[in-house]
Design a protein around this ligand. Structure first.
Ligand SMILES: Cc1ncc(COP(=O)(O)O)c(C=O)c1O
Length: 458
């Protein structure tokens, strides 16, 4: 099926052109200097590179391909829509049929009364839109001075100006400061993270820290709180403490602040619920979606809000939400997303993520037999292993050693794509992963850890 073969000469030429003519997103120049990796084919949880080597992908094409590569149902839906009408913009007063059906379907599967969608092309744009919605909502209610946004340290919300302004990871912000005014960073909230991360003082009471921040800043100046209910792969999916998200919700209600949940990474079944916030029964005022939304087939994002908020944009001429883009809610992307949701429902992939996630997490926990496995955490099929120099003593590795990178490279050499963010190894495959494939992941990771122990003389 769709096999492509390339001569050595063609491969060399493509690699040369890639280096000469493309800047990859968040490029890794050290890795590029060794070998630009070119992928040509995918099926299920596997991808093949240009030389025909097969890899088991535990990172689901950057956390997108929730139902695997090569799904006929999604490809057919895209093809059917292409034949009918490849594109019409969702502009002024115009809609397409798949876009309306998708919006209705989202209202069905999202928690609470989240059900009014604004469609975009990416997760960053979804967050950008959510921030604009919050700002315009308060202006429409006669509170133009509410412009501040409380985000959290260590959270990632995208690369647009609003996205990085809300991102609490210095690496993403460094070259671009000063960013948008009014963005403040509350401490993250991690439940018993074992290796470390934040200094303990900031972790002790993250809620009180946020409350103090709101009061000190003057609650009347705060438009929104934005957070990822389960923080993403950059920090290895640390689960929030009991009661934290419920209390954030209450705090926002008390001060008339809109609560935005960024579920770009965690939505569409990956955590074992349709949306991560359902683990705590907390419904935000705006939820942002991307990545798995259209399963990697066509880019799509959305900011979805409640009728209560949306009413401020829809009731009268002149009140309209002032944002838009040409391709936001592309007809093909909406058709792909509808088909994706159809596959998730038909194959019970949300329950499957919970089951396979438990199986994978149990297997990862057994790797604690290696003293360098410091923590295993996450929900459903969003899991991570954090490495430590000495797990018992909670001593971190010196990043200069590059242990996580070495393990990632070892896995790649042995036919498995395993993302490492420093010393955090990410295990977040497609929700369709089989038990046998999970066993392969665990077996390879076991060998990789043993090899790392030997290589680094640990
Ligand atoms: C939690 C979160 N928010 C926002 C984004 C940005 O999405 P995109 O890369 O589609 O712009 C990402 C992407 O990794 C993400 O993980």
């Amino acid at each position: 099926m769709g096999e492509m073969s390339f001569s050595e000469k063609e491969i060399q030429a493509l690699r040369k052109d890639a280096l000469a003519h493309v800047i990859p997103h968040f490029a890794n120049n050290a890795s590029l200097a060794k070998l630009p990796r070119i992928y040509t084919r995918g099926q299920g949880c596997y991808v093949w590179d240009i030389e025909g080597k097969r890899y088991l992908d535990t990172f689901a094409s950057l956390l997108t391909t929730v139902c695997g590569h090569g799904r006929a149902e999604i490809i057919d839906a895209i093809r059917e829509q292409l034949k009918l009408l490849e594109f019409w913009p969702n502009f002024e007063d115009a809609f397409t049929v798949p876009l309306i059906k998708l919006a209705k379907k989202l209202a069905e599967i999202l928690p609470g009364d989240l059900g009014v969608s604004f469609f975009v092309n990416s997760g960053s744009e979804a967050n950008e839109t959510a921030l604009k919605m919050a700002r315009q909502y308060h202006v429409a209610r006669g509170n133009p001075h509410r412009y501040k946004v409380i985000a959290r340290r260590n959270s990632y919300h995208g690369t647009t100006l609003g996205g990085i302004s809300a991102t609490g990871l210095p690496w993403f912000r460094t070259y671009f400061e000063p960013l948008l005014p009014g963005f403040l960073f509350a401490p993250p909230a991690y439940d018993g993270i074992e290796v470390a991360g934040e200094p303990p003082a900031a972790l002790r009471d993250p809620l009180a820290a946020m409350e103090q921040m709101i009061e000190w800043e003057n609650a009347g100046s705060v438009a929104a709180v934005i957070m990822d209910p389960l923080p993403g792969s950059n920090t290895g999916f640390p689960v929030p403490p009991k009661g934290y998200l419920e209390s954030v919700r209450a705090l926002c209600d008390k001060h008339d602040i809109l609560l935005i949940f960024d579920e770009v990474q965690t939505g569409f079944g990956k955590t074992g619920k349709w949306f991560a916030c359902e683990h705590w029964n907390v419904v935000p005022d705006i939820i942002t979606l991307g990545k798995g939304f259209s399963a990697g087939y066509v880019p799509l994002g959305a900011a979805v809000t409640t009728p209560r908020v949306a009413n401020y944009f829809t009731q009268r001429p002149g009140q309209e939400l002032r944002t838009g883009s040409t391709y936001g809610g592309h007809s093909i992307a909406c058709a792909a997303a509808l088909a994706t949701i159809g596959v998730i429902e038909k194959e019970h992939l949300v329950d499957r993520a919970a089951e396979m996630g438990e199986y994978l997490k149990n297997g990862l926990s057994k790797l604690r037999k290696y003293p360098i496995v410091g923590d295993v955490r996450g929900l459903g099929l969003l899991l991570a292993v954090e490495l430590a120099q000495d797990a018992k003593a909670k001593k971190k590795f010196d990043p200069a050693l590059g242990v996580g990178r070495w393990i990632g490279d070892w896995c790649f050499e042995h036919g498995m794509i395993m993302r490492n963010n420093g010393e955090i190894l990410v295990a977040a495959p497609a929700l369709t992963i089989t038990k046998e494939e999970v066993d392969t992941v665990l077996g390879l990771l076991d060998q990789a850890l043993a090899a790392a122990m030997q290589h680094f003389k640990l």
